[in-house]
Design a protein around this ligand. Structure first.
Ligand code: HPA
Length: 241
């Protein structure tokens, strides 16, 4: 029963999916997190794996890990097919973001509770009203609870943008003034697709660079890995909320 972009059979995906942008990261995460991981799709090299959580609090629970590619059209395609055709119930985007708020620093984790957007992808959803792209509350609450007061974890508004490089003059200050924590390129659309299908989604983002302080991720490999592990722990809590 392959769909246009996913070459898997019905039943190949778990109800919960972790979704990094990068297919290679999906493969590494599957190797690290899953026992008996099976490659269930590789159309366009966008890899998807299913197995059981190998260890820890959620050991034995079925989990899929599949890449989204970059940008809102890409995550819209994969999340729509997973929700609509493969019985997926919850998607957690695990990715990186550029810091905006002076409160957050490179290496911190941002839970995207709501997502503003420069994209038109949610504009057609409601008639005469702007769509509010919000995360699933139980998933966000589970991630927040798992953070247990860690001062390096933030929850709030993010911006999902279409352009990585092009910025309109004056774009940054209003974002800072409105308390936007970070920018990335997928969450608002993922939240829209989840709402469309009556399903649940959340983005858990590691700050990889900072657009107002100009800092970049010149972290050691160990720091990078431990930051990512912290984000993964929150993502798993949300996946099984
Ligand atoms: N823009 C969009 N997405 C990102 C950025 C950014 O500056 N940094 C990391 N992901």
């Amino acid at each position: 029963m392959a769909t246009p972009h996913i070459g898997a059979e019905l039943g190949d995906f778990a109800p919960a999916v972790l979704m990094p942008g990068d297919p290679k990261r999906a493969e590494r995460m599957a190797g690290q997190l899953l026992k008996d991981a099976k490659l269930v799709t590789s159309v366009r090299n966008v890899l998807g794996f299913t197995g059981a959580v190998a260890a820890g609090e959620h050991a034995g629970k079925p989990l899929s890990i599949m890449a989204s590619g970059m940008g809102m059209p890409s995550i819209a395609i994969y999340s729509t097919e997973l929700f609509r055709f493969y019985g997926v119930e919850r998607i957690v985007r695990v990715g990186t973001a550029g810091g905006i708020s002076p409160k957050v620093a490179v290496g911190d984790v941002v839970i995207g509770f709501g997502a503003h957007s420069t994209s038109s992808m949610n504009e057609a959803r409601l008639v005469g009203a702007h769509f509010s792209a919000v995360a699933d509350l139980p998933m966000a609450a589970a991630a927040w609870a798992a953070a247990a007061g860690d001062p390096h974890v933030f929850a709030g508004a993010i911006l999902s943008e279409d352009h990585f490089y092009f910025k309109q003059p004056g774009w940054l200050e209003p974002l800072v003034a409105h308390g936007v924590l970070a920018v990335e390129m997928e969450a608002a659309c993922l939240y829209g697709v989840a709402a469309e299908h009556g399903k649940a989604a959340l983005a858990v983002l590691t700050v990889s660079d900072h657009l107002t302080t100009g800092t970049h991720a010149n972290m050691s490999a160990e720091e990078r890995e431990s930051n990512f592990q912290a984000a993964l722990r929150l993502a798993l809590a949300a996946a099984f909320a």
